[in-house]
Design a protein around this ligand. Structure first.
Ligand code: PMP
Length: 360
């Protein structure tokens, strides 16, 4: 047979492209620029020696669930662990979306939300952000008041634009709808804030967190949700039984037990973000948007060309200039001081050379 019964629903779907390329300065994926601390890596190696590789892992990663629950003043039933935040986002669309169901999205934001809706046949209702990338709070509340939205994701701080969502707005939203409201706090550690206290009174709130950013584990694939036991149970219904493998569980427990070791790097990244912001403000032709995350969105004329010139200099950033509402935007992840210097120097040079060429 030289024919296959492809599913026409996916005919126009493009596979996700992280746009990852080799470079000296990897500033495109919002990872931590720091590997795990040596002490943690040593402890992981020690624990791995006792691992029964031949056995299936605990399907629910209960040891890690218990650690996370305890640290958040919750019970095991309020936590589910996933293969990265990405798996939990997909499971959100599976459990709360589907044909005939509606997802309220606030673009520009993490593109995976809308992609998951498309894959699961969920209708996307867009309430675009304002020109300064703040959420259109009135727009969201007005749309939600129609009563047909099944789930909402608000990202705080938002990727790729960097802004926090106000606690007052989240509280208001939670009170005005029975839709599931996910607050994606993938970058929350860099803002030193969380809406976790709202869990006590709001059954329809679920919080997403990840080990990939502040905890230097993007390569491991671990994320988790905090929520009401009945909400978490919906996730247990749709999840792949063994999606979090034994090695990831072991690493997750070790990292979580030692999470205070990450404080200096988190503090350092916040300070570097502020320094990078100051440096960017001094470069003519660059508009930098305020950020509470470990990246900064900038607008610069001819962004794709600037991206290319930076890449030629060994600095990889993320080009968003073809995304809706992000014309001429690049997202710069905060790296080590040395990487950030290379980025600032590169940007200065590229723009200066361009100015010179235009004047000639
Ligand atoms: N949420 C947001 C806003 C993100 O930017 C990311 C990663 N880019 C994720 C969730 C998922 O991260 P991970 O799958 O690595 O946990």
């Amino acid at each position: 047979m030289d024919n296959v019964r492809f599913n026409p629903r996916f005919a126009d779907v493009a596979p996700y492209d992280a746009k990852y390329l080799p470079a000296d300065c990897l500033l495109s994926a919002n990872e931590s620029p720091y590997n795990l601390p040596d002490d943690i890596r040593y402890e992981i190696r020690k624990r791995l020696k006792r691992l029964d590789y031949n056995r299936y892992p605990d399907p629910l990663a209960n040891e890690l669930r218990d650690l996370i629950a305890e640290a958040n003043g919750l019970e095991r039933e309020n936590v589910v662990v996933g293969n990265g935040g990405d798996e939990l986002l997909f499971n959100t669309a599976l459990a709360f979306g589907g044909p005939g169901r509606k997802f309220l999205n606030c673009p520009p934001t993490f593109s995976v939300y809308a992609a998951n809706a498309e894959l699961t046949g969920t209708e996307v209702v867009n309430v675009p952000r304002l020109a300064n990338f703040r959420i259109d709070e009135m727009g969201v509340l007005t749309r939600v008041a129609e009563g047909d939205i099944d789930f909402i994701i608000v990202t705080s701080p938002n990727n790729p634009t960097g802004q926090l969502v106000s606690d007052d707005f989240i509280r208001h939203l939670l009170e005005s709808t029975d839709a599931l409201v996910m607050v994606d706090e993938a970058y929350g550690e860099f803002a030193r804030t969380t809406c976790r206290p709202l869990l006590e009174r709001h059954k329809n709130l679920v919080i997403l967190r990840t080990f990939s950013k502040a905890f230097s584990c993007a390569g491991v694939r671990l994320g988790y949700l905090l929520g009401d036991a009945a909400v978490i149970n919906e996730y247990l219904k749709v999840r792949q039984p063994y999606s979090v493998d034994a090695v990831s569980q072991l690493i997750g427990c070790t990292v979580y037990q030692n999470r205070q070791m990450f404080s200096p790097n988190i503090q350092g990244i916040i300070e570097e973000r502020d320094r990078l912001m100051e440096g960017l403000k001094e470069i003519e032709g660059v508009q930098a948007f305020p950020s509470d995350a470990n990246f900064i969105l900038v607008r610069v004329a001819g962004a794709s060309e600037v991206w290319e010139k930076l890449y030629e200099r060994g600095v990889l950033v993320r080009d968003f200039s073809h995304a809706p509402m992000l014309e001429d935007c690049l997202r710069l992840s905060v790296g080590t001081p040395k990487e950030n210097n290379a980025l600032l120097k590169g940007l200065r040079k590229v723009l200066k050379e361009r100015n010179r060429a235009q004047q000639a």
